[in-house]
Design a protein around this ligand. Structure first.
Ligand code: SAM
Ligand code: CA
Length: 238
């Protein structure tokens, strides 16, 4: 696909200090292996005013690997936007897998939907237009759903991450994986508050609290990987 501009590094909240090193990682390890529909979705989303919402392609590559390693079939996606992480999950899980994908904004999802349809994976997606918490509560009303999901990716309102975590600890099976995005919040978690731009302070506070809570949670094994904007990987162990 010659029209796809892989050479452009979009301003994701990159934590690496060197843009050259980030470009090297993308050019060497990520872009050559990125499925064509994901490249197309990345290009199509570039015109959206909030294009920077999309999951960074290197973090996406990690997600795909984790989905495969977990043999994920039943998954949850909280925060869809135009569907980069959703499409990569749909491309990765098996034919009879299903993703419950939740977002308050159907319009953004519809921007990516033609590419999802063209990729032939729409049948693996149950998109729910709603705030995520009531959807998770509804799932929990069905006792059969407890411990029935293999994987979840959380990339929505950061102030609710701790609430999502409590629900997901019931919905995900023991041995299943939950991944939280943006947990380093542009590196601001390590800065004194006075040096953090006003606009970032509120979510920085939530990220600090969430990271502290997860670190002390005996129900999960964790790794806070400095990819993209910080990706916390949790494996439920009890
Ligand atoms: N994972 C997406 C991707 O790869 O393109 C990016 C998700 S974007 C950073 C965050 C999304 O969360 C937005 O589309 C927003 O509408 C959605 N969102 C915000 N608050 C939400 C809530 N309470 N429940 C569900 N979705 C929410
Ligand atoms: Ca994100």
């Amino acid at each position: 696909m010659g029209s796809i501009k892989n050479e452009i590094i979009k301003p994701h909240a990159v934590l690496l200090q060197s843009q050259e090193l980030y470009k090297y990682i993308l050019d060497t390890s990520v872009y050559p292996r990125e499925p064509t529909p994901l490249k197309e979705l990345r290009d199509a989303s570039a015109s959206h005013p909030k294009f920077f919402y999309a999951t960074a392609p290197d973090a996406g590559q990690l997600l795909a690997l984790l989905l495969k390693m977990a043999n994920a079939k039943q998954t949850i996606e909280i925060g869809v936007f135009t569907g980069y992480s959703l499409l990569l999950a749909a491309l990765t899980i098996p034919e009879d897998g299903m993703i419950t994908a939740i977002d308050i904004d159907r319009k953004a999802y519809e921007m990516g939907l033609p590419i999802i349809k063209k990729a032939g994976v729409e049948h693996k997606i149950n998109f729910v237009e709603s705030p995520a918490l009531p959807v998770l509560d509804k799932l929990l009303e069905d006792k059969d759903k407890e411990g029935s999901f293999d994987f979840a990716f959380v990339d929505a309102d950061k102030e609710n991450y701790h609430n999502y975590h409590e629900k997901l600890m019931k919905l995900i099976k023991v041995g299943g994986i939950v991944v939280y995005d943006n947990t380093l919040w542009g590196g601001t978690v390590a800065l004194p508050e006075k040096d953090v731009p006003e606009a970032k302070r509120d979510i920085r506070k939530h990220a600090l609290e969430f990271n502290h809570k997860i670190s002390a949670d005996p129900r999960v094994e964790i790794c806070l990987a400095p990819l993209g904007d910080g990706v916390t990987i949790c494996r439920r162990i009890c």
